[in-house]
Design a binder for this molecule. Structure first.
Ligand SMILES: *Cc1c(COP(=O)(O)O)cnc(C)c1O
Length: 382
């Protein structure tokens, strides 16, 4: 096959293009009504009370750590198998990151590993936990909430990989990723490889009104025009800055794209699940290990990961066939920046990193292309 097959790719339709064109001739390019419409629709999709659209997923994480009051005395636990931003948001506020290990079965942050850290440290050492719905596999946030409450910790769910995913709680209720039922805050990204592509973009969801208000202000310089909050009032132009915020705004034409993309999210998720099922069956009984969620777990399949010996050999071989598989992720704690800050033993994460490979997974991947990918992976083995 001559076509290049990436591991992930955006899907832009004619409707998307029409929606953006229309938005470009509207009165507002930014700070207009389309942003609120996207926020409301996104909140409805994930099942949260509030949603705040921001410049990107990293800005979303930063606003979360700011709003939760992370400072130089804070210590926060996250997973090594994630994009670096999940950890960096703590450092932006001068807090310290600690990395617990992953669960080898799910590749998610191991709750046992987190529990051990919390139990061994003097109470009050840790302020928060940032679990990640890695690859689209939803974290059991009910279990994390219970643990976090024992130690007075908050939870930020990094749900960048999992819009539309859900786990089933102990009452048998499907809890959608980012619905704010158990986590204090959740964040999403609209980078092109994610489920909803807006070029750049991010979303924070929550059910906590105070955090919502705080983050809304921090998104725009910490400035308010709300007459109830002003300490003085000089007239119609008057505003006050109460906190040190940022310009982390989203734009109206991106929101128009987001709304259009969101309307296709359910069918795209269905397609991702069909692709995953086909991979599952193709690698059944082979030496390629796959991650199989149980029947109560709604995996969102941002990534489809196989684990194998001689992963580098397979990665290089697939490139010669124009298949651009990818590695997710280099353990964040092994990055030079974090290595200089401390030692975080994560044997499971290191072992996973040596063996993992993300195969092409996106809604417009054709059956023919997927067959080709499977064939090439299997032929490398022979
Ligand atoms: C993409 C991603 C981010 C960061 O999102 P950006 O929009 O690229 O800033 C954070 N966490 C995870 C797990 C991601 O995949």
């Amino acid at each position: 096959m001559n076509r290049k097959i990436p591991y992930g790719k955006q899907y832009i339709s004619e409707e998307d293009i029409a929606a953006v064109s229309k938005a470009l001739t509207a009165d507002f390019l930014t700070q207009g009504p389309t942003i609120l419409e996207f926020e409301n629709k996104f909140a409805a999709y994930v099942g949260s009370k509030y949603a705040i659209a921001v410049a990107n997923g990293t800005a979303a994480l930063h606003l979360c750590t700011l709003a939760l009051g992370v400072n130089e005395k804070s210590k926060v636990i996250t997973t090594p198998i994630t994009f670096t931003a999940s950890a960096n948001c703590v450092r932006y506020c001068d807090g310290e990151v600690d990395f617990a290990d992953i669960d080898s079965e799910t590749v998610l942050l191991s709750i046992e590993s987190v529990r051990k850290k919390l139990a061994l440290a003097p109470k009050g050492t840790y302020q928060g936990i940032i679990p990640v719905d890695f690859a689209g596999y939803p974290v059991d946030l009910e279990a994390y909430r219970k643990l976090a409450d024992e130690y007075g910790c908050w939870i930020i769910e990094d749900a960048c990989h999992a819009p539309g995913g859900y786990f089933t709680d102990s009452k048998g209720i499907k809890q959608r990723c980012g619905n704010g039922q158990y986590a204090d805050l959740a964040i999403f990204s609209f980078h092109p490889v994610k489920h909803i592509a807006c070029g750049e973009g991010g979303m924070i969801t929550t059910n906590n009104e105070k955090l919502y208000q705080k983050i809304m202000a921090l998104r725009t310089h910490g400035i308010t025009k709300d007459p109830k909050k002003l300490t003085e009032n000089h007239g119609g132009w008057y505003y006050e800055m109460h906190d040190l915020g940022y310009n982390y705004r989203f734009t109206d034409f991106q929101a128009a794209l987001g709304i259009s993309q969101l309307s296709r999210a359910p069918e795209n998720l269905k397609r991702r699940k069909a692709i995953a099922k086909k991979y599952d069956e193709a690698f059944k009984g082979t030496a390629f290990e796959v991650i199989l969620p149980d029947n109560n777990t709604g995996h969102a399949y941002h990534l489809y990961v196989i684990q194998t010996d001689n992963r580098k050999g397979l990665y290089d071989y697939l490139r010669t066939k124009n298949i651009f598989a990818q590695i997710h992720y280099i353990p964040v704690n092994t990055q030079p920046y974090y290595k200089d800050r401390g030692e975080y033993p994560t044997p499971n994460a290191n072992k996973y990193y040596d063996r993992c490979l993300s195969l092409p997974m996106y809604p417009t991947l054709t059956d023919e292309e997927q067959d080709w990918v499977v064939e090439q992976v299997k032929s490398f083995r022979k």
